[in-house]
Design a protein. Structure first.
Length: 321
């Protein structure tokens, strides 16, 4: 009863913000993301005759909230498999914790944990390798993990309960191939705090309406391979997301000077005819979307600012290794 899985973090294209059900992690509206193949989390889950549940992440034993967050996945798997064995979990990111923060690794971590636990508990014998079921399990760790499970371009249907809130792949690299440049910017802001605060923004209801309108346009543009349309929608969504964050009760500003520096350079490139578009999640790190063949010149421009970059393509879904 042991298995190892690998999953990729994702770039949120149309982001979810806030949770209507914090226990099941059900959001207020649907969302869309794309997995990135240059980064990954590798997780091993073993069920057996252990004294207690143990979770080791990047060489450090997890306690309190991080441990409980992992156990929401493990306990659901034990419930579905009707087993009582304790578990041992070992997980490593392809980047150090400080480098990985803000790059969507919670999505990869949750997806890899759910996939490995699903296989280790032999649930694939009952359900098959059902990514819909696995995404529902992964969602309990982090909402975005449900999309990382599906891979490539994925849509998370908000739903109203555990069964109806899941993610599925809506398009592949062959539909829209993107070159993605990641500019990691360290942050000490917890995504959980941002999600809790955002519902206090006076613009929250307008955000839900806007996201529900935009998501259909974005899915259609992805399936049509229309990069410019997708990228413009992503930029609008990113700015709207941060506007909402900044107008919550605690006025959280997650931008950093480097974030503004990158956005300014991206807009300057576009004025010069280089098709580059920025994307941000809840933190200060910036993703730059462009055509794969334009990555070298975009990377050169960002590197000239003295900033680290990570070049990536589109990643697949969770897999057992």
């Amino acid at each position: 009863m042991k298995a190892t899985a690998i999953a990729h973090p994702m770039q949120a294209l149309l982001k979810y913000h806030g949770l209507i059900d914090k226990e099941l992690r059900i959001p207020f509206h649907d969302s869309i993301s794309v997995n990135v193949d240059a980064l990954h989390t590798k997780t091993t889950v073993e069920f057996g005759d252990f004294e207690q549940d143990t979770v080791i992440m990047n060489g450090k034993e997890m306690r309190r909230t991080p441990l409980q967050r992992c156990l929401t996945v493990i306990n659901r798997v034990r419930e579905l498999a009707d087993i009582t064995e304790r578990c041992r979990v070992s997980s490593e990111n392809s980047l150090s914790y400080s480098e990985a923060k803000g790059l969507g690794f919670s999505s990869a971590g949750g997806a890899a944990l759910a996939g490995a636990a699903f296989r280790a508990a032999n649930l694939d014998e009952r359900y098959g390798w059902d990514l819909k079921v696995i995404s529902r399990i992964a969602r309990r760790f982090a909402g975005s993990a449900s999309r990382s499970v599906a891979g490539e371009y994925a849509r998370w249907y908000a739903g109203k309960d555990d069964e109806s809130s899941y993610a599925e792949k809506i398009a592949t690299k062959s539909d829209l191939d993107m070159g993605i440049l990641i500019v990691p910017v360290p942050s000490d802001i917890r995504t959980e705090d941002v999600h809790s605060d955002v519902t206090t923004s006076p613009f929250f209801e307008a955000r839900i309406k806007s996201a529900n309108t935009r998501i259909g346009e974005m899915e259609a543009a992805i399936k049509a391979g229309y990069l410019e349309k997708v990228a413009h929608l992503v930029e609008t969504d990113s700015l709207e997301l941060h506007g909402l964050t900044m107008t919550g009760k605690h006025g959280l500003v997650t931008y950093k000077p480097e974030s503004i520096q990158v956005i300014t350079e991206v807009r300057k490139m576009r004025q010069e005819g280089i098709p580059a578009y920025f994307s941000m999640q809840t933190g200060p790190s910036v993703f730059i979307n462009t055509y794969p063949e334009r990555i070298p010149e975009v990377q050169e421009r960002i590197s000239s600012l003295g900033l680290k970059t990570i070049h990536t393509g589109i990643g697949g879904g969770v897999k057992i290794v």
